[in-house]
Design a protein around this ligand. Structure first.
Ligand SMILES: [Zn+2]
Length: 331
């Protein structure tokens, strides 16, 4: 039998030692040439850091390019809900190491060796001119007062303020559409951060805050829209058919404040923040290689939000893995 150039087996028996699980498809989308040549990675499984590594013809590998915004801790801002203690615990090497060790874990993982490279994030500078003449650029770097104004998506006209103004959200989307021909604030991030040497890597963006800003009224200053959903996303579906617009994105400083909404004002600790970041990364990257939310188990990568050390990827989830058809790579 002639061996094709991408024939890693679908069975996971050798990598997941706890059963005879299988991926939906064989191969990992990397040619023999790419695997033999290898890459200089910033990290990988089992504490691998900063070295050249040839890849295996018999193991499935997933390559991840992480574009990380510089100096994110400068964007924490001020106010009662900011959480610098949690955010300052963040370290890309730590987080990616946890995710890589989870993906290759012999009894709980994905049956995949994950390697990653870091790039600096190039951010689009888009100016938002609101109807009262105020102009802001780079909303994701807003460092003013951060305000939590109660339940999201509610207009409290009688109370004298509007909590979320969808017209302003639409304005920022229209601006992105005008400049980049995209329908989401995030798509330019993927589009502008393509490294031609890393075409086979799935794309992850880590930034401080969402790129949209919400206008305050009366004596309330402009403030960044704080929501408890949508701080970690994967773009892989029909609306983003252009591969250049696909990838996963997490807003880390926003995320450090997330628990304010879910636990009656109690912010994440440093440790619980790291747990939620590593979970979010493992979860969103899994969407880029085929996993979807249907039929998620309760203690699974799709169905739970808990430290990844406590998660076992289920048989149903493993069956969805298809590295050959992974999103966001420009083959
Ligand atoms: Zn998801």
């Amino acid at each position: 039998m002639v061996r094709d150039s991408d024939n890693e087996l679908p069975a996971l028996g050798r990598m997941r030692t706890d059963g005879d699980y299988s991926h939906g498809a064989g191969g990992d989308g990397l040619s023999v040439l790419d695997e033999y040549r290898g890459y200089v990675f910033d990290g990988g499984p089992n504490g691998l850091t900063n070295c050249h590594k040839r890849l295996s013809f018999s193991r499935k590998e997933l390559l991840v390019e992480v574009s990380e915004q510089e100096n994110m801790s400068n964007d924490v801002g001020s106010g009662g809900i900011v959480n610098p203690e949690a955010f300052n615990a963040y370290s890309l090497t730590n987080i990616m190491g946890q995710v890589a060790n989870f993906y290759c874990h012999s009894t709980q993982g994905m049956g995949i060796d994950l390697y990653w490279c870091r790039d600096a994030l190039h951010m689009p500078e888009i100016e938002y001119a609101y109807t009262n003449g105020v102009v802001r650029t780079n909303a994701y770097r807003y460092v003013g007062e951060m305000i939590h104004r109660g339940v999201t998506n509610i207009c409290l006209i009688a109370g004298g303020y509007i909590y979320i103004d969808r017209i302003l959200q639409k304005q920022s989307r229209d601006k992105h559409d005008l400049i980049y021909g995209v329908r989401s604030e995030y798509e330019p991030y993927f589009r502008l951060n393509r490294n031609p040497l890393l075409k086979l890597f799935v794309k992850v963006i880590l930034t401080s805050r969402k790129p949209q800003i919400i206008k305050g009224i009366e004596n309330i200053p402009y403030f960044v829209d704080l929501q408890h959903i949508g701080l970690a996303n994967a773009y892989f579906y029909a609306r983003h058919t252009d591969i250049l617009n696909q990838g996963a994105i997490i807003q880390l400083v926003d995320l450090s404040e997330e628990n304010y909404f879910e636990a009656n004002g109690e912010n994440y600790t440093a440790a619980s923040f790291l747990d939620v970041v590593s979970f979010s990364l493992a979860h969103e990257v899994s969407h880029l290689i085929g996993l979807r939310h249907e039929n998620a188990g309760t203690i699974s990568l799709l169905g739970s939000k808990r430290p990844i050390v406590d998660i076992t990827v289920t048989c149903d989830e493993l069956l969805q893995v298809n590295l050959k058809e992974r999103a966001s790579v420009s083959k």
